[in-house]
Design a protein around this ligand. Sequence first.
Ligand SMILES: *Cc1c(COP(=O)(O)O)cnc(C)c1O
Length: 360
Amino acid sequence: MTRTMNFNPGPSSIPLAVLKEAQEEFLDFKGSGMSVLEVSHRSPEYDAVHEETQALLKSLLGVGDDYQVLFLGGGASSQFAMIPMNFLGQGQVADYVNTGTWSNKAIKEANLLGKANVAASTEDGGFTRVPTAEECTFTKGAAYVHITSNNTIKGTQWHQFPEVDAPLIADMSSDILWRKFDASKFAMIYAGAQKNLGPSGVTVIVIRKDFVETAADGIPTMLSYKTHLKKNSLFNTPPCFPIYMVNKTLNWIEGQGGLEVVEANNRKKGDLLYQTIDANPDFFRAPVAKDSRSYMNVVFRLPTEELEAAFVAGGKERKMNGLKGHRSVGGIRFSVYNAIPMEWIEAVTAYMTEFAKANG
Ligand SMILES: *Cc1c(COP(=O)(O)O)cnc(C)c1O
């Protein structure tokens, strides 16, 4: 079997070593004589996975026991509603920075439940950058500030997070653990696992315990962070298998040498892609402002939509999958999360250069 080079935005590539390990253990999980799919979420075998995954995530993020890791279902999208439900009280305002589709969805949910103030938006320029610090007007006494650290569709990313007084919440679905950063600045970080952490099915939440204590009471049990904090994400059956895969992925990150090594690799990958785009300015066009370019989702255009379609088709022949930009924006997008090896980037950039030469 030759492995397809998978550049899909999510679900996305999982390291081959992780898949193989899961395959080896699949029928007999830790000598239990059962598959990991079959064991009880109350069993000691599963419990060890649950606890280790939480510990690994905290250690990679450099946060201590004042934070709790939660594993919930419902995707990152459910967090858009859970956050205001828990933290946006009556008469309060929550600040949102609007940097594209996902931020917009979060704002919409907040407005169903309370009042969301758009503290900054880059919609005017077509979301081709994230705002500068000066452009953000945060509300004094806001319930929280919500940002989207990486904009999966538009290909923009915050390289410096805003300094705020209110509790800072980030949707890091498409760039969690892509590099080292100061996680202690955040009251809450959340991410659907299917981009940078493993398969779909679990949303990973890292939340400060004292922030959870400020959550409202009297909300439905399953939608309350207090429930999941108190029961350590075992109030009901957690998504055991996705959590197990996240565990393997985190161990893989550690095995690579931790976040310093992962970040260095990601920068090499992104730099090579952007250099290839910039080296052919008459053929490739990167719409994103240079200082907002994402290292996880690299988007660009070709001179015509016909050439873009031909580029995608030619990629398929070379076993390069998922090159097409999001249907709302068109163009080309390479999603190059942690699991994507440098060799794939070398292959696609060679293809890009060859394609530009043949068609430019
Ligand atoms: C993919 C994505 C989501 C949606 O995640 P689901 O788990 O499918 O709900 C939310 N935010 C960002 C930034 C994303 O990239």
